[in-house]
Design a protein around this ligand. Structure first.
Ligand SMILES: Nc1ncnc2c1ncn2[C@@H]1O[C@H](COP(=O)(O)OP(=O)(O)OP(=O)(O)O)[C@@H](O)[C@H]1O
Ligand SMILES: [Mg+2]
Length: 495
């Protein structure tokens, strides 16, 4: 036992000091090392005799005392309060704790410096901060929109994907601060209620794959799929809520395209089978019809106009002619007539169709607006058949407008898609919602039976399809109807 203090009474205190598991020094306010305990000497591989009486700054390899303001020893002496100095030595982290020992007058007589190895704590802290950093990076770079809010609903976190989805920028029309601002009115409460409802999510505070609608900062309502959860603290108390959103717009668009494709396929199949039937019926009826017309005409020739039967035979001929017209249309519909294709500019095709419309009276009180693109829009089509399509659309538009209205014909092309578009818009009565899916069916008509066959659009459909194009109702409502024709653009070899 090294004896530094003579007084036997305090010998036990020295023993306590020597046995402390922290390396410890006792210093005088003038930086002199009075003594050091065993752990200290072991740590620095020193003998007490070598360091007792040394100045602490000399021991720590400095020539002069360190900056007095930052020196913990000076601070302890001045404040009579303990001080802690974090210290890094190679891979080791230490906390050097300085505590005052006061004399009978309350002045600092000595200072105890003890060294605590906090390397493990620092390592854990750094690991934790690495994990926090990683989580924050994951959240930041996630392609899904992530939003977290505190118990009051105040938004605490919105990752970049969420800012993009909710269109949160510098100049938004609406400020999004609270979770309730993320949804249409009342929706946030409904979601919270579902989160807590045993019947919905098992009451575990979690819901996944929930389809809902969010409201972006500019007011746009966006369909999303959300997974949401209540965040609980260690005491099982609700401390926050978080939600992950996936934008459903693309998915819904693809689903709609798929539905439209399925609808078109069903329509094509229906048309194909009806086409076969129509062709068969038309073929069978053609011969007896020719007979009826021939015998009726011969009978009429033998009658004078005053004969009571003359008017009846005239009616037979009129109706038989009408039947012949229907049969002719049916044969066109079933695509049994030959196709003669030629190259024509889309605008010229429209003009030609206008001229070919037999009953020019229908245009009398109708303003016709031409919005023609002057780009190269060549088509390789059977011009007679395509004119028939356009005439049909124009007559339908005129019928829908009644006495007066505005007919707008637009043409344009999409060069990269190699498509030519032709649009016919009217200001007519529109198509009733329940009829939109039926208008391309053969014999569907809302017009008087003696005036219409209801074959116009179905023939048009068949012709356009035969040309590798598409015909559709782009828009319809009380303000009018727009039909869109889409045809493949003919590209001459040199263009
Ligand atoms: N531009 C339009 N505006 C409003 N309804 C329309 C328009 N085009 C077509 N329709 C509706 O679609 C139905 C079918 O049209 P479609 O051309 O096939 O036959 P139709 O015009 O009735 O008879 P047809 O063409 O044989 O004279 C019409 O009866 C009408 O109800
Ligand atoms: Mg028609």
């Amino acid at each position: 036992m090294r004896k530094v203090v003579d007084n036997e009474e305090i010998d036990w205190r020295y023993r306590v000091f020597d046995s402390l598991s922290y390396p410890t020094l006792i210093l005088k306010p003038d930086y002199t090392i009075v003594t050091a305990n065993r752990r200290f000497l072991e740590l620095f591989d020193q003998q007490l005799e070598e360091i007792a009486g040394m100045k602490c700054y000399n021991f720590y390899e400095a020539d002069v005392p360190c900056n007095s303001e930052n020196c913990p020893l000076v601070r302890v002496v001045n404040t009579r309060q303990g001080q802690t100095l974090p210290w890094k030595k190679a891979n080791r982290w230490e906390d050097r704790v300085f505590s005052p020992i006061l004399d009978d007058h309350g002045q600092v007589a000595y200072v105890i410096e003890s060294i605590r190895d906090v390397t493990r704590v620092k390592q854990l802290e750094s690991e934790l901060s690495d994990i926090k950093e990683m989580i924050s990076r994951v959240v930041h770079s996630s392609a899904s929109a992530i939003v977290a809010a505190d118990r009051q609903g105040s938004i605490q976190l919105m990752n970049p994907a969420a800012k993009e989805l909710f269109k949160v920028g510098d100049r938004e029309a609406r400020v999004i601060e609270n979770a309730a601002d993320l949804y249409p009115e009342g929706k946030a409460w409904e979601i919270m209620r579902m989160l807590r409802d045993e019947k919905v999510g098992g009451g575990k505070g979690k819901l996944s794959g929930l389809p809902t609608t969010i409201v972006a900062a500019d007011g746009e309502e966006i369909p999303v799929e959300m997974s949401t959860a209540i965040v609980y603290d260690d005491d099982d108390q609700e401390s926050a809520t978080m939600a992950i959103y996936n934008d459903l717009r693309k998915k819904l668009e693809i689903e709609n395209q798929l539905k439209e494709a399925q609808r078109q396929l069903a329509q094509s199949e229906k048309m194909a089978s009806l086409g076969q039937l129509a062709a068969g019926v038309a073929h069978e009826i053609n011969n007896p019809l020719t007979g009826i017309l021939m015998y009726a005409s011969m009978t009429m020739e033998q009658l004078s106009e005053t004969n009571g039967l003359y008017r009846d035979i005239e009616c037979i001929i009129e109706d038989a002619n009408r039947c012949r017209e229907i049969v002719k249309n049916l044969l066109t519909y079933s695509r049994s007539t030959d196709s003669r294709r030629s190259i024509i500019h889309a605008n010229e095709l429209v003009e030609q169709s206008f001229k070919l419309t037999r009953d020019q009276k229908i245009f009398r009180n109708i303003e016709i607006h031409r919005q023609f693109s002057d780009e190269m829009m060549l088509l390789n089509v059977d011009t007679n058949k395509l004119s028939q399509v356009i005439i049909n659309l124009v007559i339908n538009a005129a019928d829908a407008m009644g006495k007066e209205g505005k007919l707008t014909v637009r043409t344009w092309r999409d060069k990269s898609a190699r498509k030519v578009y032709l649009e016919i818009a009217d200001t007519g009565c529109g198509i009733a919602e329940e009829n939109v899916s039926k208008i391309f069916d053969p014999f569907f008509s809302t017009k008087p039976r003696d005036k219409s066959t209801g074959l116009g659009l179905s023939i048009a459909y068949g012709i356009v399809e035969e040309h590798g194009g598409r015909i559709s109702v782009k828009q319809t409502g009380p303000e009018g109807t727009t039909f869109l024709l889409e045809l493949p653009q003919y590209i001459p070899v040199k263009e």
